[in-house]
Design a protein around this ligand. Sequence first.
Ligand code: MOS
Length: 775
Amino acid sequence: METEPTFLQTNPNAAVVGQPLSRVDGRAKVTGQAKYAAEYNTLPNLAHAVLKTSDIAHGRVERIDVSAARQQPGVLAIFTHENLPKLAKTPNTPDDKRETGAPMGYMPMTTDQIYYAAQPVAVVVADTLERAQYAATLVKVQYAVETPIASYQDPKAKLYIPESVQAGRAPGVAKRGNAESAFQSAPVQISATYTNATTHHNPMEPGATTAHWESTDRLTVYESTQGVSETQRTLSTMLGMPREQIRIITKYIGGGFGCKLWVWPHTVLTSLVAKAVGRPVKLVLTRPQQFTSMGLREEQQQDVKIGASQAGKLLSLIYEKRSTTSPWDEYAELNARIVGMLYDLPAYQSTYRLAHANVMTACATRAPGDAPGSYAIESAMDELAAKLGLDPLQIRLLNYADNDSSNGRPWSSKSLKECYARGAELIGWSKRNPKAGATREGKYLVGMGMASASYPVHPSQGNARVRLYADGNAVVQTGATDLGTGTYTIVTQVAADALGIAPEKVRCELGDTALPSTPWSGGSTAGGRVSSSVYLAAQDIWQKLIQMAVADAKSPLYRVLPADVTVTTGRMHLKADATKSETFSDLMKRASMGDIEGSAMGRYGSGYEAAQATTTGDEKPVQHSMNSFGAHFCEVHVDPELGTVRVKRWVSVIAGGRILNPKTARSQIMGGSIFGIGASLMEETVRDPNLARYTNASLADYHIPVNADIPELIVEFIDEKDPYINAMGAKGIGEIAIVGVSGAIANAVYHATGKRVRSLPITPNKVLESLREPV
Ligand code: MOS
């Protein structure tokens, strides 16, 4: 199998890939030229929509009076469940939900039912935002109130084991070997319960939609979404229009973290009301609405039982998760995956328990499943190490999974040992006092902790198109959205190298369903998929031009075999004799071609491996498990009087295949570590246990880290070659950094104090409480 993209083999001096190029969209962003979904303000007659949301979490709208609001100047229309234009399909049944691709099994305002707090009950459309906002305050709603269920912890909640979670994505109960008997007979047993608070994605740019009906059968939506193609699909089904008549444009987005993977009600409502009023309509969620409109990470309890030998070898792991789901969905993030695969594990059992409650549906959030699941397994491993008097790093090496123990397959690549070794060196792990609660610096208790990180390679494929002009400029097009993390930049780098031109000569167009389609930027797939499809599209240009050259009597390559020709920096030449050559541009000019286009589908993950095996004629393709791996190490200072935890030092070492751009990659890892630190020490959305309403739905009350909370973050990458994942050998690194962060911090807090806090976030009250516990 080819291990290097051809241009990197033949073009060692010109490589832009692998260089720390600054973001090519940086200038547009800092000068305000970059247009976000809410900034298409020059659309003719742009009107503004505002949501009126429910004060109660459970019940029904008995009466809704819009008369006073309707009479206000500038008000164009007010929609409620009584007059909302009918949708072709609502996601209100499991079958219809599947068909729409909507994240939530209910569409608000299609009935009078209220299922969760701040559910939309009316949409007010006016000629200005202020007039819409004011009129919305005049909409009067009379509710028939029912007692809500606030969470799985509510005494009224009924926990049950579903057949599957996420409509079949994982079974309610999974078993490998006989975990129960292996646990019972294990000489060493650990049993612990960990809890995670509800958290929210909170991108800086809230959800925003500008819907423009150019005619009754042509809709353009400027949307803050991670996936234009998925948005087009869902709107097409719900509005009952061919996909081809709907265009979604997302040139820039200000963060997504999972909440912008799907079409939520506000987008559907904005599209509907724009058609009804016959004007383009813009709707931007307020920050409090952001907490109740685009999903969340569910609160959860994780019970872990580990059976091990006296030497610390894992014999059995029994994992149970309980969490809250919406009234209509069976959603739980898939924690069991990482719990069952991170270590060599002969027997394993996982169970999901759900309770329906009056909340909107939870959804993928910043390494869904893997982030909270890693907190449980990495804490439990630390507890096992402490119980046996083993070093936390040693116990991980002792249980290192050379193969994926969930299915026995070899890894396509795994450099976790290298990550451990380098991380330990950078933090000075060898200087750590093995005894917990024994290191002080002034009044502070000092602790060092570590944890493993991993994130799966989710298979995906998508298309790209590259156009090279004879004058040496190029345009690259693919529908992918750049979440702000560097997609524009890496695409530019790949195209520049593959075409042998400077990155300044490449213009990159993304985020539009009019461009070649590619799935959402989610699940850490975009970098691996998009870089491959762009590389292969450029290769398509190579092949077309080589075919032309060998058939052209005026070319130095006339009548040579195409297979004997390769390309270095935009010059085609014989592999055996580089002097027999001509440039792309000479050939194109001679042929009077202004430009040439190449296109390709790039694959990421198992589909790529299978396709490669087919082309190389392997009888039986080896099936690899594919994951990125890494390790976090940190030092914390705990104030025993105040209970505060401060992260003083931080090291992340990540192996993610080829690193396309070390600068944007480092930013990814820093960002993931920072929001991991947030989830570990601060982030918590508090749902009132009686009213099922959030009490801290603002960035003043929902705490996230600021600069003063974050030390210098040391990030390194392990050089790793992986020939199985895609044409570029690049693994996704969008989410791996948050995985393991909470484990590393919780373990460091234990090492500092000798007491374990088994509940996230680790806030001062919990630390103080733990310090009062007897040893
Ligand atoms: Mo990610 S949670 O798949 O945006």
